[in-house]
Design a binder for this molecule. Structure first.
Ligand code: HEC
Ligand code: HEC
Ligand code: HEC
Ligand code: HEC
Ligand code: HEC
Length: 510
């Protein structure tokens, strides 16, 4: 169910309570949908009318001047409610730490806290800026350092001035976002209110001695994350990252399971997190935590944060299952055998994997071994820093205007060449065919391991140079099985025996 910005606060707060305490119960969710659906019907109809009008007559800016006014940070879609922002309008995260110490400690370790200092980001950003005469600077910075872009005139040159400490996605970014104007490319409205000292948040009964608080339904919804977790090419609109869209089209959306419900809990499957969000705050049944754990264990390792790296691995392990399907009980020596492996996305509320398309890759490493541990087949090894050719992987491949693969220079992207990633609640079956050697007698072992990396070692070595950063390959899940290899001779005898038994049985019933 979608509650939009025109929903009265009292109604939204009802939704909020249901969300908080009953979100694990499908039954309640359904009741909620029906009851609120009925109440909302008239509101919805009125909205549909104005929305329809918008589509019949879409508005387009006519002049350069107007574009400048509507997109002051072109080519990103960021706006500020007409305000001119200065760095003094934002407070450093350390100020919040005083009272929100736990939340601060969680956030500090998150990937989003590192979104500007991330070495992979920096290296690619520099290349992108150089290749486009800085035309993409505002685009990248809109999501990787919103405060840097809107209040500090940050550019790629800022990196060279050794100004290492532009803020990443911090408290003051998220808790000063007052609305959105779309669902991608940084379409947030960043509008701090220093005079009244307001922080927007998910509660309508929050009371702070330091700042005022304002309830915002948006903060509790996936749409809030969409502005940065949907990336389109700024000039040709090719979809590059679509995490929000993937979620939006999934059953998780229909069931009201938001990004926050999976990424703002202490870990996968942990739905209750009672406590306080501030030292003098109210005791609450559930506090939204701020680790924002995803899959990028490599980046956490790089920052020497082994706990967060382990959390990311746990998140990945909760996302998928692997099994053999239609496996035959015996195989014949000297013959071709076919094995099918099924991989299912059971835990991610979007495609598996999602996000940064040049890097994110999930693949099956499949091998077959003899009773004496001799390898007779393998597919999915890492060779020269990338998965070997023929690997069955789940990944997006982007292409340029001539249809050539783009694996790094994302600004050259013009189309999606292929997308083998697994849909939320979906699965994929991959097949292997190999020759069973003549000389085997006994059982062979089949192993299939599902691996993940956020980017290949090859990509890192090219961006940063050799030995600067080691990619952490995460084993998400695995399965193994033994299959007996029976010589044709003995098989024939077995078949003859079966036939004899069958004939006897038939005769008995005559
Ligand atoms: C002097 C202590 C103190 C400081 C400093 C402080 N806060 Fe708070 N804040 C609180 C208290 C108390 C609450 C209410 C908690 C509750 O009701 O559960 C709160 C609530 C909030 C909320 C929730 C609002 C809502 O509507 O749900 C947000 C967001 C927030 N603070 C952001 C910040 C940010 C960002 C900073 C740093 C710039 C900050 N706070 C600094 C004490 C503080
Ligand atoms: C049902 C739970 C669930 C929901 C809902 C969900 N996620 Fe995830 N998310 C996961 C899991 C599990 C992973 C780890 C597996 C993976 O990388 O896909 C993950 C990974 C990620 C990653 C890291 C991707 C990578 O491979 O590095 C990002 C970014 C992310 N989620 C953002 C979002 C956003 C934004 C939303 C809402 C639009 C969302 N998630 C909704 C469970 C969820
Ligand atoms: C990426 C965006 C983001 C960042 C960064 C962020 N927050 Fe939040 N915060 C949220 C969202 C979204 C919620 C509400 C989640 C919900 O209700 O579904 C929230 C909730 C809160 C709450 C209320 C928690 C509760 O359950 O009552 C407080 C307090 C808070 N944030 C403070 C902070 C502080 C302090 C920082 C920095 C150390 C910070 N936030 C950084 C997005 C963010
Ligand atoms: C202002 C932009 C912005 C907003 C809003 C935002 N994100 Fe992010 N998020 C980013 C950026 C940028 C990164 C990647 C940083 C990097 O890898 O250097 C990121 C990374 C992440 C990751 C880690 C991915 C990984 O590979 O491990 C998760 C999980 C995530 N965000 C979840 C969320 C959720 C959930 C919300 C909404 C509550 C949200 N984000 C809102 C910009 C944003
Ligand atoms: C609309 C918001 C947005 C824009 C614009 C954007 N990014 Fe990102 N970027 C993200 C998010 C969100 C992630 C994390 C996705 C994930 O975890 O898979 C990310 C991840 C990355 C990563 C992977 C980092 C890592 O450690 O794995 C790199 C590199 C990167 N971005 C570079 C860029 C460059 C260069 C630009 C400009 C050409 C750019 N981004 C523009 C939101 C954005």
């Amino acid at each position: 169910m979608h509650i939009n910005n025109n929903t009265p606060a009292w109604l939204a707060s009802i939704n909020c309570c249901f969300q908080r305490y009953n979100s694990t119960s499908l039954f309640h969710l359904t009741i909620r949908s029906i009851v609120l659906g009925l109440i909302l019907l008239p509101v919805g109809l009125a909205n549909a009318e104005t929305k329809l009008h918008k589509w019949v007559k879409p508005y387009k800016p006519v002049s350069q001047e107007e574009i400048k006014q509507q997109m002051p940070f072109y080519p990103s879609r960021t706006t500020t409610n007409g305000q001119t922002l200065t760095p003094e309008m934002f407070e450093p995260a350390e100020v919040c730490k005083g009272c929100h110490s736990e939340i601060y400690q969680q956030w500090e370790k998150s990937v989003m806290a590192h979104s500007w200092e991330d070495p992979i980001y920096r290296a690619l950003f520099k290349r992108a800026s150089a290749a486009t005469d800085a035309k993409v600077d505002n685009f990248c910075i809109a999501c990787h350092s919103p405060i840097g872009m809107t209040s500090m005139n940050a550019t790629a040159a800022t990196l060279d001035e050794n100004d290492d400490d532009l803020p990443g996605v911090n408290c003051e970014v998220c808790h000063n976002i007052r609305g959105i104007t779309g669902n991608d490319n940084g379409a947030y409205i960043l509008s701090p209110n220093r005079e009244k000292h307001i922080k927007v948040g998910p509660r309508n009964d929050a009371n702070s001695p330091y700042h005022k608080t304002e309830f915002s339904d948006l903060q509790t919804k996936s749409e809030f994350c969409s502005v940065c977790h949907n990336v389109s090419h700024p000039f040709n609109s090719t979809p590059i990252e679509r995490t929000y869209d993937e979620w939006q089209e999934s059953a998780y959306n229909e069931q009201g399971v938001q990004c926050q419900d999976c990424h703002m809990t202490p870990g996968p499957g942990q739905n209750a997190n009672p406590g306080k969000s501030a030292i003098m705050g109210k005791e609450r049944e559930h506090i939204f935590s701020h680790e924002f754990t995803g899959g990028n264990s490599t980046l956490h390792q790089y920052f020497n944060d082994h706990d967060s790296a382990e959390l990311a691995r746990e998140m990945l392990r909760s996302a998928a299952t692997i099994e053999f399907v239609e496996l035959s009980e015996t195989l014949s020596p000297g013959q071709l055998a076919t094995v099918k492996v099924k991989v299912a996305n059971v835990g991610a509320g979007h495609k598996l994997p999602t996000g940064f398309p040049e890097g994110r890759e999930v693949w099956v490493d499949f091998s077959v071994n003899t009773p004496t541990n001799r390898q007779i087949y393998r597919s999915g090894a890492v060779v020269d820093g990338h998965t070997e050719s023929g690997t069955r992987n789940f990944k997006v491949t982007l292409g340029d205007a001539n249809g050539n693969v783009v694996d790094l220079n994302v600004w050259e992207v013009d189309r999606v060449l292929s997308d083998t990633r697994i849909l939320p609640n979906g699965y994929s079956i991959v097949e292997y065919t190999f020759l069973v050697p003549d000389d085997i007698d006994g059982e062979i072992t089949l192993n299939a391991t599902l691996n993940y990396w956020p980017f290949s070692q090859q990509l890192v070595d090219e961006l940063l140079g050799k030995d600067k950063l080691t990619v952490d390959i995460v084993e998400m899940t695995s399965v193994s099985a033994k299959v007996s290899v029976a010589k044709e001779e003995s098989k024939k005898i077995a078949t003859i025996k079966k036939l004899v038994v069958l004939k006897l049985l038939l005769e008995m019933y005559k």
